[in-house]
Design a protein around this ligand. Sequence first.
Ligand SMILES: NC(=O)c1ccc[n+]([C@@H]2O[C@H](COP(=O)([O-])OP(=O)(O)OC[C@H]3O[C@@H](n4cnc5c(N)ncnc54)[C@H](OP(=O)(O)O)[C@@H]3O)[C@@H](O)[C@H]2O)c1
Length: 266
Amino acid sequence: MARRLALVTGASAGIGAAFAHIYASHGYDVALTARRTERLETLASEIRLRFGVEALVIAADLAEPGAPDAILAELTAHGRVVDALINNAGYGLPGVYAETEWPAQREMLQVMLIAPSELTHKLLPGMIERKFGRIVNVASLAGLVPGSAGHTQYAAIKSFMVKISQSLHLENLATGVHVSALCPGFTFSEFHDVNATRAQLTQSTPDWLWLGADEVAATGYEAAEANRPVCVTGVPNKAIAAFAKLLPDDWGLALMASQGGRFRKV
Ligand SMILES: NC(=O)c1ccc[n+]([C@@H]2O[C@H](COP(=O)([O-])OP(=O)(O)OC[C@H]3O[C@@H](n4cnc5c(N)ncnc54)[C@H](OP(=O)(O)O)[C@@H]3O)[C@@H](O)[C@H]2O)c1
């Protein structure tokens, strides 16, 4: 039987690269996409050598509205269908909303909300027809706790990813397609270098709150296999998510008002 294919967005670093390894270790061919082609080529060579599977590299900037179609066209040209979609590409945008530029906010919506929704919408019918599919939406613990000042759209986008995963999970209970939102807390990757909060977080967070990208991706793989609609990584993060559910909204916002500045750049 031909090997299944996992398409991983944001595969050039962090959690996405770890997902590529995990799916390849479970016998999937992988299609790796991001903007930094050299990184993807290096990862693809590593994966081919280590796991003996095929690794395709597709350079794409998800901020371009045509990117999802271009990625899918390239896969079709290779004669491949997607069995597992890992919507992972993402980043944080420091600052308060009124002081940022709209194109940067629009790009964030395109990369982290429109592109994953579009890829899902276009790949889901084929998965349903073939009676097999895995969709992992990499959301965040931020999507399960109240919004914060600074990085304004981030928590809202991640809440969207949680909700749409729950809905798609319910819509696909009898189709063979598993849909999961993965909600990591602080994870070692390039994320906090890109959003310039690394130095601040080193001071304000204990080591035990942090997980490695490999552990986070492994948890995501298992959640998708088990068809868990929402999966929070690590015991401390599970406790935070449970606590946030019990907290009245105004208490949650008060907590964010006093503590949010430790984790966000406003
Ligand atoms: N690290 C954490 O603490 C943490 C916690 C919760 C959730 N998350 C989520 O986990 C996901 C992965 O983040 P990470 O921690 O692995 O961060 P990372 O190491 O910075 O990796 C981010 C990935 O997204 C890709 N990307 C960013 N903008 C893109 C664009 N315009 N087009 C295509 N690809 C783009 C990057 O590739 P290129 O730059 O090569 O394009 C890179 O591969 C994100 O959705 C993030 O929100 C992270």
